[in-house]
Design a protein around this ligand. Structure first.
Ligand code: GDP
Ligand code: MG
Length: 177
């Protein structure tokens, strides 16, 4: 019974940040449960979801935190960031304003977390290519400047969602193992 929880070899806290409605909650539900929600619900009420991966024969538990809508009020608390070793910093490729907010999110992340946090810049909603406002090139440039990994995802059609989390988790794992 006691082995049901906490039996993993590693536990990594990962935060998902970015402007409201960029798809953070859906990236998380796609990764953790392979589900997508067409109606944006303000709050799911769940602080985090976990997903277990196996890396090099070790059990790695990713504990991925969702803001649950706090970002709407610019009130993401320091408790949210506490202990995070990885971060997905998300924008919506169809809304340039969400891309312009990335630097602010990185500043906030750096204020609360060690600079060694593994960071992935995520351009979500890649299925909406016809209304794209942020080019791959400008996102790559920002990622290089800021020392971030970069990927485009679609929580809707599942493109690169697992991959985005796995790259971050692998990076963290490589640092600690
Ligand atoms: P959050 O506020 O950042 O947590 O964003 P949500 O996950 O609640 O998503 C906001 C809205 O965008 C919802 O209507 C989702 O259905 C939609 N959405 C999320 N991800 C995608 C995606 O990859 N593609 C498309 N087309 N819509 C998405
Ligand atoms: Mg949300």
């Amino acid at each position: 019974m006691e082995e049901e929880e906490g039996g993993e070899d590693y536990l990594f806290k990962i935060v998902v940040i970015g402007d409201s409605a960029v798809g953070k909650s859906n990236l998380l539900s796609r990764f953790a449960r392979d589900e997508f929600d067409h109606n944006s619900k303000a709050t799911i009420g769940v602080e985090f979801q976990t997903q277990v991966l196996e890396l090099d024969g070790k059990e790695v538990k990713a504990q991925v935190w969702d803001t649950a809508g706090q970002e709407r009020f610019r009130a993401v608390t320091s408790a949210y960031y506490r202990g995070a070793v990885g971060a997905l910093v998300v924008y919506d490729i169809t809304r340039i304003t969400t891309f312009e907010s990335i630097k602010r999110w990185l500043d906030e992340l750096n204020t609360h977390c060690d600079t060694a946090v593994a960071k992935m810049l995520v351009g979500n909603k890649s299925d909406l290519e016809h209304i794209r406002q942020v080019s791959v090139e400008e996102a790559k440039t920002l990622a290089e400047e800021e020392g971030l990994f970069f990927i485009e995802t679609s929580a809707l059609d599942s493109t690169n969602v697992n991959k985005s989390f796995e790259i971050v988790i692998r990076e963290i794992y490589n640092k600690v193992s």
